[in-house]
Design a protein around this ligand. Sequence first.
Ligand code: F6P
Length: 500
Amino acid sequence: MVDTATAWKAIEDKARPTLLELFQAEPDRLSRLTIDEGGIHFDFSKTHLDAGLVDAFAALAESAAIGKARDALFSGQIANPTEGRAAEHTAERGQGAPDSVALAKDLHARMRALIDAIEADALGPIRHVLHIGIGGSALGPDLLIDALGREAGRYDVAIVSNVDGSALEEVFRRFDPAATLLVVASKTFTTTETMLNAESALAWMAESGVDDPYGQVIAVTAAPDRAVEWGVDGTRVLPFTESVGGRYSLWSSIGFPAALALGWDAFETLLEGAAAMDRHFRLAPPVRNAPMLAAFADLYYTVVRKAETRGIFAYDERLRLLPFYLQQLEMESNGKGVKVDGSPVDKPTAAITWGGVGTDAQHAVFQLLHQGTHLVPIEFIATIEPGDALDEAHHRTLLINAFAQGAALMAGKTSDDPARAYPGDRPSTTILLDRLDPSRLGALIAFYEHRVFTNAVILGINPFDQFGVELGKEIAKSIETEGTERFDASTRALIARAFG
Ligand code: F6P
């Protein structure tokens, strides 16, 4: 087995043919660089990965002990050493240490029982669900409900994360407090924004004449004692385990509003779809492993070609929240500057994840992608089965545009007029779902989780901590408690201008 430095050197030293040259040189390119898994077609052929590079990355992954790291992840060993914890999101979908899988099943059963009770009107005639949480305690449920049917079922669900009161007020205007279930979702049950929003929602209920606002509250947390102390009855606290990270938590009770709104069967199917992707990630060889190939392309562009960002464009309106979800998953996980052993990283880590929806983005940001000076690897995500019932021209136009953009980025176009020339050779990956349903969405999200993990293992970083978010929180608290003296002139002046 080669060491990591030698494996990287082999990758850096490789020739750099263009994408069009690669297609000519490798007649079997499509079959080697496309993978069908769980109703999803992954096409990596428009990246610069070629047979030699894939083998070189597989050797690099081996030198980084990816197999051992993956086994450790799935068997509940410490995968998050800076916090001394396992990372057991896969146990939520039945893929993990037996004890953790059993515990996850018990907690899911508890969640299901509460959903049954709510459906039987045990908490009153609930029609509205106000889910309050932020980051991983909001982005996942929001994505699931938006993608799989916000209007489905008997509940109107609103997910509020921002501490800006305008977000809550908008919901207060729409919802009937007597028919509202308030879900307070926070792993730690200490997050300032969530606790303030939850207090304000309770006050809104009380001021609107609800006799027992706490009777309409569900807490979703890994700190059940804090939720009880805050006033939620223990029977309405849905715990999840500390070893499930916030941005990996939609499979746990954090997914409660999705399970309620979409139905328990849909939630279970989501878990099964993710489990199938877990098995693929564990068992497929690196050269046929979708999350690994995706990570190889990520590393190639960030480390070798120095791409600073990665653009994700959903050519499916139902997946419009996916770029936001992935921003947290990718950047909070891998936006790190030190390795697991504390030494500084010697390579760029996560690209900046950004994106939008097609075709809108074509008329706004694609100019830069086609002719700008930045290299931006692009990901197109589309669905073959339409999500709408309009004339098929809509969906056909949507898909053709997604495919045309990938082709245009790769082929480019020469012109005597430099302003009208397209350099081409710009990489993209296409992810094509045969249809959008809970199983495929589960598989898709799990694909991204394992891609992030593979990137982290090869870079030697811990994808499961997030200390970088703490300093700003501490400073905000100290401004409230200690005043502004110790801050710089600019910060003091801004505070004085805002608050007098
Ligand atoms: O500040 C970042 C963060 O800790 C995320 O990692 C997390 O998803 C979010 O805040 C919310 O945290 P909690 O679920 O504990 O309220």
